[in-house]
Design a protein around this ligand. Structure first.
Ligand code: GTP
Ligand code: MG
Length: 195
């Protein structure tokens, strides 16, 4: 598929099913801990500075944000998990919103699940991966902030992450940096293959 990745815009934000776009365009959702770099990933992939709003302040993204890419596909920016300063009630609301999207959305082709290359995956990261495997949703693991680790140590960190996740070798694993754009072409290849 030929996609002009420069032709992208935010389409809408949704709290639940009744607000999702009603067409058949394939969607790729971004999941991961708050602050891991989901919105930055979208901006990097689309060569934009701040299309998906990023911030040093975790919990910035609160709704499902749908991005139209050249009328051919969408990215869906999902609010991050594991942000400590939210109430139990808000966490439950978050859980229902994500679960509804991930388990019922027919447009969904794959989830890009982001983890921080610098650290072992958190319990939430492991749970998300297990959830996606359970529902047989194709996963692309993207390990972000690779610019913060010397290249000579990438392998070691990759192995640690895979071990902790109980990584299925048939899934994609991509080392990525929004700063250097490392892994961008590989990420596009993996995504296009899922559409
Ligand atoms: N060095 C470096 N910093 C990054 C990278 N990706 C993201 N960041 C920084 O990490 C912070 C959080 O990035 P966001 O993209 O807003 O994270 P998010 O996952 O969308 O966060 P929420 O919306 O709160 O869930 C920002 O300060 C980014 O500049 C990366 O690859 N390398
Ligand atoms: Mg975000």
């Amino acid at each position: 598929m030929e996609i002009n990745t420069h032709n992208a815009e935010i389409l809408l934000s949704a709290a639940n099913k009744s607000h999702y776009p009603e067409d058949e365009l394939p969607e790729i959702a971004l999941a991961g801990r708050s602050n891991v770099g989901k919105s930055s990933f979208i901006n990097t992939m689309l060569n934009r500075k701040n299309l998906a709003r990023t911030s040093g302040k975790p919990g910035k993204t609160q709704l499902l944000n749908f991005f139209n890419i050249d009328d051919k596909m969408r990215f869906v920016d999902v609010p991050g998990y594991g942000y400590a300063r939210v109430s139990k009630k808000e966490r439950e609301k978050w859980g229902r919103m994500i679960e509804e999207y991930l388990t019922t959305r027919e447009n969904l082709r794959a989830v890009v699940s982001l983890v921080d290359l610098r650290h072992d995956p958190t319990a939430d990261d492991v749970q998300m991966y297990e959830f996606l495997k359970y529902y047989k949703i194709p996963v692309i693991i993207v390990a972000t902030k690779a610019d913060k680790i010397p290249r000579g140590k990438w392998n070691k960190h990759e192995s640690a992450i895979k071990k902790k996740l109980n990584f299925d070798p048939s899934d994609d694993f991509i080392l990525f940096s929004s700063v250097t754009k490392a892994g961008m072409d590989q990420a596009w290849d993996a995504i296009l293959e899922k559409l």
